[in-house]
Design a protein around this ligand. Structure first.
Ligand SMILES: [Zn+2]
Length: 410
């Protein structure tokens, strides 16, 4: 067991010793069952071993990559304890003393423990959220986000009266200020998304809305950086979208889409916003299925093989530190995007959207309107409609930012 503070090393790789085959066999026999997520294992490596770990520190937090000799199990349990985050990787081995203390820092220390065939991975730190996602076939990436500044830290504006007078949404700087917003126009390139009853493609509509939203935010929140996951007609893989957001240190992620029914014209219409949680209704599942179908345009589809409803539950658990913020933001979007009365309010829903799984920040997916509905499609394809939707989203972001800022100051 190791739990030491050391100096920060931006990237440190180290290699673990392989556990003797007999020990592996013993571990398999006593391996604890009950894994939520199942995956295939390579022949000759029935118990995958964490062979090395790399740590990268970013402005937003830290990233831990666990490299497996075989396909590592996704954590079946992510629990926050008084000592930090505890992740349970079923049927996974790791050698005693394998962790290099040089990887530790004042921001991040961790220990591992082998128990009943599972590897308990404890992150001892002040991070307040952690997400796990698969990388390639074997590896797992853990994204850790720095905890909010404690009240003792100089984040108040007492010493900065000039700034205080100008406190507006997202203008405050600090590790937890809402300084980076990520706009994710869905689809793109070969993935056109839904085709409207009027011939408009979802990929074009959502890019236009995303650009307009960016331009509005540039004026209304000038000190906030706005990152677009795409700003042209290109295809971006689903996992890559939150990767871009995480790497940019995003504090809010909004994925913009258009809804559609299998037949058109169709009477269903209106705007709805989703947060990442296991789907509650057939309709929510339908929407998630349609949006998740974007992976059919990706070359490395295996990445999503283990993405079952159980996996969504695990991802939801990992995101629980900001699920309330995501929900609050979703409610604001519904209120603002439908305030003009042109789009009806279908409310906030939940479903398992792959594009949201890796987000290390509050995140939503907004289905602006139905391209399969004659009225909605006309509105969505028009510059006037796109501007109105972008303005609604901007108001929701500003409202969220104000509340968020106030929550930091109390
Ligand atoms: Zn879409």
């Amino acid at each position: 067991m190791v739990c030491l503070n050391g100096k920060v090393n931006p990237v440190v790789d180290f290699t673990l010793n392989f556990v003797a085959p007999r020990l592996l066999l013993a571990l398999i026999i006593i391996a604890c069952g009950g894994a939520l997520v199942t995956g295939f294992r390579l022949h000759g490596d029935p118990t995958p071993t964490i062979s090395s770990v790399s740590v990268t520190h970013t402005s937003a937090g830290s990233t831990l990559t666990l490299y497996g000799t075989g396909r590592l199990e996704m954590p079946t349990q992510i629990e926050r304890t008084a000592r930090g985050w505890v992740l349970r990787l079923a049927r996974t081995s790791i050698s005693d003393g394998a962790i290099d203390v040089a990887m530790m820092s004042s921001k991040l220390a961790f220990k591992t423990e082998q128990r009943a065939g599972a590897c308990l991975f404890t992150v001892v730190s002040t991070y307040d959220s952690i997400t796990a996602k698969r990388s390639g076939t074997n590896d797992i990436v853990l994204t850790l986000i720095t905890k909010r500044s404690s009240p003792k830290e100089p984040q108040r504006t007492v010493e900065q009266p000039a700034e205080r007078a100008n406190v507006d949404a997202g203008t405050k700087k600090g590790p937890w200020s809402l300084d980076v917003i990520v706009i994710d126009p869905g689809h793109g390139g070969q993935d056109a998304g839904a085709e409207g009853v009027n011939g408009a493609y979802e990929k074009h509509v959502v890019l236009a809305i995303g650009r307009k939203l960016r331009d509005i935010l540039a004026k209304s929140m000038p000190t906030t950086k706005v990152v677009m996951t795409r700003d042209s007609d290109v295809f971006i893989e689903l996992f890559r979208r939150t990767e871009i957001a995480n790497q940019a240190g995003g504090k809010l992620f909004v994925s913009i889409h258009c809804n559609s029914m299998p037949t058109k014209p169709h009477p269903a219409h209106g705007c709805e916003t989703y947060i990442l949680r296991p789907g509650r209704s057939d309709d929510a599942a339908r929407v998630a299925r349609r949006e998740n179908a974007s992976v059919n345009f990706e070359t490395a589809k295996k990445r999503y093989e283990g993405m079952t409803e159980d996996q969504i539950i695990v991802a939801t658990m990992a995101q629980r530190s900001f699920v309330k913020l995501s929900e609050s933001f979703a409610v604001k979007i519904q209120r603002e995007a439908t305030s003009g009365g042109t789009l009806t309010d279908r409310g906030v829903s939940q479903a398992g959207f792959y594009v949201l799984v890796g987000a290390s920040m509050p995140n939503v997916l907004v289905e602006t309107g139905f391209l399969s509905n004659t009225h909605d499609a006309e509105y969505l394809a028009s510059s006037k409609g796109q501007v109105a939707i972008a303005q609604g989203l901007a108001r929701a972001i500003q409202s969220y930012a104000r509340e968020y800022q106030q929550s930091l100051q109390h």
